[in-house]
Structure formats: C-alpha cells, structure tokens
Design a protein. Structure first.
Length: 453
C-alpha cells in the first residue's frame, strides 16, 4: 500500500478523492429513495411501519459510521507511518471487531422488536408489519456494518473510487430487486415488506463481498495470521476510542431534528411538509462539501502519520476556502430559486412558502457548516474525537434546539430557521478560530518545525 496522499499538489489530490465520493453520496441517497417509493405503493400501513423503523436503522447506521470513522483514522495514520504490518493488522482487527459487534446487535435486536417499537409508539396492528421487516433486516446487519468498516479501510488507503462504485452497484441491485420481491414476478411470490428488507440485505451483501475481495486481492490489507489477544485488544481499544464518540456524534443530529420536526408540527401539516421539502433540497446542495469533508479523513491521516504537517495545514486552508465559496454560491442560488425548487417536490403554495423561507435564511450559513464538517473529520482523523463531539453538541443541543424554541416564540417559523443559521455560523466561526489556534505553524513544536523546514 502506497502513501498516495503525501505527495503532489494538494488541490488535485483532494479533487481526486472528492469526485468519487460525490457519486457515492448520490448512490446512498438513491438507495433510500427507491425503498421509500416502492414501499409507499403497498399502502399507508406498510409505509408507516417502515417509518417506525427509521430511528433503529439510524441508530445502527450511526454505529457503523462510528466504527468506520475509527477504522479510517487509525489505518490512514499507519499508512502514513509506512508500517505495512500494522496496517494489515489494524484492518483485520477492525473487521473482527465489527463481527463481534454485529453478533451483539443481532441478538439484542431480534429479542427486543416488540418492546422497542411499542415504546416508539407503534400500534398493535402495525407491529406485525414491523416484525416482518426487522426480522430480515436484523439478520442482514452483518452486510451493513462490516462493509462500512471495509470501505473505510479502502478509503484510508486513498481509494475513494472503489467504495463509491460498490455502493452504486448495491443501489442498482436493490432497485432491481425491490419491485420483484415486494410485488412478485413469475415464480417469485409477492413478499411485501419482507421483500423490501430482503432486497436491501441482498444489495448490501454485494458490498460485503466486493470490499473484502478488494481489500484482500488488490490492497493486500488483510492479515490471515492470528494475532495475540493483547494486540487485538489494543487495536480494538484504539478504534473504539474514536469510534464510540463518533457514534454518539452521528446520533445527535437525527435526535435534534426530531425535536425540530415536532416544533414545526405546531404550525400545521404544510409547515412540516415545507420543512421536509427544504431539508431534501438542502441534502442535495451540501453533497459536495460533505464529500470533500469525507476526503479529509484519509488525507489528514496519511499526511499526519508521515509527519507532513504542512500539507495538513495547507489542505485545511484550501478546504475552508472552497466551503466558503460553495456556501456563498449556494446561498445566492437557493435564495433566488428556492421557490421553484420547492415546487418541484410539492405544488401546494403553503408548502412552497415555508420551504422558500428556509432556503432564503439557512443557506447563508452553509459555508460555516462546511467548515464544521471538515474540522470534525480532521479531529477524528488525528485520533482526537472529543472536539468533534463538542462541536456537534454545541451546534445542535446547546444552540439550535433551544434557540429554535425561543425563536419560534418570538418570531414564528422565521425564528426557527434563523436559529439553524445562527448555530451554523457560531460553531463554524468557532471551528475556524480553533483551527487557527491548534493548526497554526506558530504552535508547532520545535521538532515539527524542523520537519516542515
């Protein structure tokens, strides 16, 4: 495995990493949209049952992403150090760790379906449908967690193309199987929600096979020798040191959005729908900054491991500049065309009005939001997950949620949207000054200055 990201011009290196990631994010979004579309054709109860699964699916997705974050951090730094055996051992041990966690999640999940979803508010007539979906989905958790860790290891090696291609293939397999398994075709019986779950599991299974084959045959990052229990335990601790806080960080945002959605519900159905439409538009508008921030994990990890600190500093500066530019362009475009974009999703004038207000106010802070994304990923890549968690807690729980309730009381819906804008701006500015303090050449140790010079 080569330290691909420690040489060459920084701009082209980041561009090469980011472009495939953009496509990968599109594939993930498409995966979710296809499932919702076909399940929606089954009926209201089936769609409601799948909606109830969202919190649990999001929770386990956060666990997968947290493990992936920890894996990418330790492996990218080991690649930068040039320690080939350490890279192979960390990759293998991260997969072993993910298998152990999968076993725990499957047992807990299958034995708690009824009590968990009853606590979430599911009625007795919906529980059988939820059980149909989740019994298959839980058995396929291995195809969600392990590929996430495997793809993170591949990205840590500087290859963002293969994980994106793998996710695209999985999305296509899911899209083809969904109607066949849900509604039936030929000798295949209609399975309803079970079919939707099975299509998802089969689609994800392709990512498991592909990522493991690529890690073994192309990158040669899997070690088939048994390690000592002590080394396995140490590597798992290093991964979880970053992975556990990252998991918590990933869970904070959807939990906070649940509170905001309940607040919007006080303004009526049109307000909730408008908020949902604006959120969809926002999801597409921040794909590029999101992909760029994900690219910083292998870039920062490899260069820090190789002690090329100057490339980290310059890369961060370049990333921040791009986010500010993209945010400014996005704010102008959404401010002008927000109403038209909202009408593409929903023609109701009341819905369009709410969405247009959101897209006029919140995008002012998109540049700052991009800085938060890059800063968060950078701290995780350096093996310092707590600052990343602190930024998310401050932004969502200390600023956005309480200020949204205050803003709603004082200024109505505009106050809610202004709270989101202010939270992004405040934490983004704070993250920038944090970068200036912690990543300034003036704050390097004498040894690090000698390396740069």
């Amino acid at each position: 495995m080569k330290r691909q990201l420690t040489e060459g011009r920084i701009g082209p290196v980041l561009l090469k990493l980011t472009l495939p990631m953009v496509w990968g994010v599109f594939a993930v979004i498409g995966f979710n949209i296809v499932d919702t579309y076909f399940v929606g054709q089954l009926g209201t109860k089936e769609l409601a049952a799948m909606s109830f699964t969202f919190p649990v699916v999001t929770l386990l997705g956060s666990v997968s992403m947290g493990l992936g974050t920890g894996t990418a951090s330790v492996i990218s730094r080991a690649i930068g150090e040039g320690d080939r055996y350490k890279v192979k051992r960390l990759t293998t041990d991260s997969l072993i760790l993910s298998l152990l966690i999968v076993a725990i999640l499957v047992v807990l999940g299958l034995t708690t379906i009824d009590p968990i979803f009853t606590a979430l508010g599911a009625k007795a007539e919906i529980l059988p449908l939820i059980r149909q979906y989740m019994e298959i989905w839980y058995l396929g958790v291995i195809f969600i967690v392990v590929p996430m860790v495997g793809n993170s290891a591949i990205r840590a090696a500087g290859n963002t193309l293969i994980p994106s291609v793998v996710m695209t293939i999985a999305g296509l397999v899911n899209a083809v199987l969904d109607p066949m398994l849900i509604f039936g075709v030929g000798a295949i019986p209609a399975m309803g929600l079970q079919g939707a779950a099975l299509a998802t599991v089969i689609g994800r299974a392709t990512t498991l096979v592909a990522s493991l084959l690529f890690l073994h045959y192309r990158e040669k990052m899997i070690c088939w020798e048994l390690s000592s229990f002590k080394l396995l335990l140490q590597n798992c601790q290093n991964i979880l040191y970053i992975g556990i806080p990252a998991t918590g960080t990933n869970m904070i945002t959807p939990i906070s959005i649940t509170f905001i959605t309940s607040l919007m519900a006080s303004y009526g159905t049109a307000a909730v729908a408008g908020f949902g439409v604006a959120s969809k538009v926002e999801m597409f508008s921040i794909i590029v900054p999101l992909a760029l921030s994900a690219s910083f994990s292998p870039f920062v990890g490899q260069n820090w491991g190789a002690k090329k600190y100057d490339r980290v500093y310059l890369g961060l500066r370049l990333g921040f500049q791009f986010c500010l530019f993209w945010g400014a362009m996005g704010a102008i475009a959404l401010g002008i065309g927000g109403s038209w974009l909202a009408s593409v999703f929903d023609k109701d004038p009341a819905v369009v009005e709410v969405a247009a207000k959101y897209l006029l106010i919140v995008p002012i802070s998109y540049g700052a939001a991009g800085i938060i994304l890059i800063s968060s990923v950078t701290f995780n890549a350096l093996g310092k997950p707590l600052p990343s968690m602190l930024m998310t807690i401050t932004r969502m729980l200390l600023l956005y949620v309480p200020l949204a309730y205050l803003g709603s009381w004082l200024f109505g819906i505009n106050g809610v949207f202004a709270a989101a804008c202010f939270a992004n701006l405040a934490v983004g500015i704070g993250a920038y000054f944090w970068y200036q303090k912690n990543f300034s050449v003036n704050n390097l140790t004498e040894a690090e200055k000698l390396i740069i010079e």
